[in-house]
Structures are given as C-alpha cells and as structure tokens.
Design a protein around this ligand. Structure first.
Ligand code: PMP
Length: 345
C-alpha cells in the first residue's frame, strides 16, 4: 500500500468508491437491473452492525412509527440496535422447537398480521442463532406476503459465501426479492467471509424504485452518517476492493470459503452419523443436516445445556446453540455422546 502511494486521508462520507462498487456487485450480481438502472444506494458502513444502525436511524427519521419485525429468536444485537435507534420492533415466529426447524406457518401468519408497511428483518442466509433457513419455495411465499402487505424487506447478510460456499447461492434470497421490483434494504458484513472482524467493513444497500430516489436516499444516508462518525475507515474497504478486483485473489478467496463451508458440512455429517448410530430412542436428528452455516440449534433446553457443561464440560449458549466452526471431526463422537446423554436425562 505504501509502494502504491495509498494514504490515510479521509474517505468521503459514503466510503471508498471501489469498495461500494464491488460490494453491490457481489450482493446482487454485476448484471442485476438494480445496478444497471442505478436504482441502488450503497453506503459503506461500520461492518454489519454499523450498517444496520445506519438503516435504523434512516427508518426512524423517514418512516416514523414504522415497526421492524424480527425473527424469534435472532442475533442478540438486533434488539439493541433498534432500541437505540428508537425504532419500535416486534417478533415473528421462526423457530419451532418440536421439529428443531422453521415454524413457517407461524412466520407467515405474523408477517401477515403486522401493520401494513412494516420492515421485515430477514437473515439472507445462515440464520443466527438457529442455522435454519427457508427453502427457495418458502422464500417465494415470504416475498408474496411481504408484497401483499406493502412491507419493506430488510436483509441482514453477514455470511455471504460462508454458508453454502457460493457467493451467488447465499445471495439468492436477496436477489429473488430484488427481481420482484421491491424496494428493500440490505446490510452486509465482511467480518466472517473475509475474516475482517476488526476492520469494521460492511455496507448498507437500499434498492429504490428509481435512480432519482436512490440518489436522494444515498444523500440522506450520508446526512445521517456525518454527525454519527463522519466517515468510515479505509483499510478494510481497500482489502475487499483489492481481493475482489484481482482475479487470482478473488479465486483464492472463493476457494477458501468453499473449503470452510465444506468443512462445516463435513462436521455436520459426522455429528449426525454419530448421533443416529448411538441414539437408540428413534429420535430424528436430520435437522442437523438441514441447518446451514456455522451455527446449529441442537434443540437442547436450558437444563440440558447445563448437563452438557456440568457433566461433559461442553460449554455452549443456554439457548442450545453450538458453533460448528469450533468443532473438529475428532470431537464429534464425544459431542454426540454428550448430546444424547443430555437429551435423555
Ligand atoms: N448480523 C448477524 C446475523 C451476525 O451474526 C453478525 C455477527 N455476529 C452481524 C450481523 C454483525 O457483525 P459485524 O458487525 O462484525 O459485521
């Protein structure tokens, strides 16, 4: 960077132009009409959290009283972000403990019942904390209801490429909604997929009905950002722009993500195999295989997670979530024994 003469002058409020370009293209695909027709307002944010927070401030200012619907459960910081933005929120049903799967009927009913014009926060892929994503057919039905009710979809995309191993597959939900011509918001993070946690690099994208609206939205987002943090940091933005802009580095990154996603899938399979081979109760463990991403809901309740910790020294969150990124193949058998013991005691 020094050799290239890159300095540490301030970025413009909206961030590094080369970053904003590639981040939008990674998300929507370079040929997407929302980009071609300049209907997209992209502003670099302070990673996923900062981008969500900027959107929170935008909603509070321009949609006073509008509610954000969030999944139950969701990533722990969502509620804090909307509380601090003074945006009212409520929850929609998402997790069904009976199947350790999606409560699809409940989700649809709650989105339908919300006041017209609400924002619906959706995890683009690899739902945190459950690891449970809607199927493509379910995404279509979710889009139908959102459209019917004039709601505004608001995606949180913190794991693009890291869930399935493919950047395009993991962005399919967002692209499906964009293809319907809906106006929508997407917060992006490069913490996980590029391992840039501490660089605080991400973006807020707003798809608008016209290029004129996109210009206005971008201008208003900048007005909100200016007194909050003035302008975003440059280093992570350059890393993303350099990696995506260089074919060799881009391919290397994609191969590494594929490897990471593949490793997690391998661990899921091994854990499932151990569970089904050892557990004689007839319990269906296939939810482990159906879930996606680094997190998995085990279906263990609070008392059962305490057994995991006290007896087996497996430390996990009390909601029953484990991180598969921290599990090696060699430890799957031990974990499986611990889970079975905790379930049946
Ligand atoms: N959204 C979700 C669903 C997440 O899991 C995370 C990280 N745990 C984030 C957003 C934001 O992370 P960051 O601010 O580091 O991008």
């Amino acid at each position: 960077m020094i050799e290239r003469g890159e300095n540490k002058e301030y970025l413009p409020i909206e961030g590094l132009a080369a970053f904003n370009k590639v981040t939008a293209e990674l998300l929507f695909g370079a040929d997407n009409p929302v980009i071609k027709q300049q209907r997209l307002a992209t502003v670099q944010g302070l990673s996923g959290t900062g981008s969500l927070r900027l959107a929170g401030a935008f909603i509070e200012r321009y949609f006073p009283g509008a509610k954000v619907l969030i999944s139950s459960p969701t990533w722990g910081n969502h509620k804090n972000i909307f509380n601090d933005s003074r945006v009212p929120w409520s929850e929609y049903r998402y997790y069904d403990p009976k199947t350790v799967g999606l409560d699809f009927e409940g989700m649809i009913a709650d989105i339908k019942a919300a006041p017209e014009g609400s924002f619906v926060l959706l995890h683009g892929c690899a739902h945190n904390p459950t690891g449970i994503d809607p199927t493509p057919e379910q995404w279509e039905k979710i889009a139908d209801v959102i459209q019917e009710k004039n709601h505004i979809p608001f995606f949180d995309v913190a794991y693009q490429g890291f869930a399935s191993g493919s950047l395009d597959t993991d962005a399919a939900s967002v692209r499906l909604f964009a293809a319907r011509g809906l106006e929508l918001l997407v917060a992006q993070s490069y913490s996980k997929n590029l391992g840039l946690y501490a660089e605080r690099i991400g973006a807020i994208n707003v798809v608008c009905a016209s290029s004129d609206a996109a210009t206005r939205v971008k201008s208003q987002l900048k007005r909100i950002a200016r007194p909050m943090y003035s302008n975003p940091p440059i280093h992570g933005a350059r890393i993303v722009a350099n990696v995506v802009g260089d074919p060799a580095l881009f391919n290397e990154w994609k191969a590494e993500m594929e490897m990471m996603a593949g490793r997690i899938k391998g661990v899921r399979q091994k854990l499932y195999d151990n569970l089904t081979a050892t557990d004689k109760s007839g319990k269906d463990w296939s939810f482990i295989l159906k879930q996606i991403g680094m997190f998995s809901f085990t279906g263990l309740n609070k008392a059962q997670t305490e057994n995991m910790t006290n007896k087996w020294h497996v430390y996990m969150t009390k909601d029953g979530r484990i991180s598969l990124a921290g599990l090696s193949l060699a430890k799957c058998e031990y974990l499986s024994d611990a889970i079975i013991d905790s379930y049946h005691n």
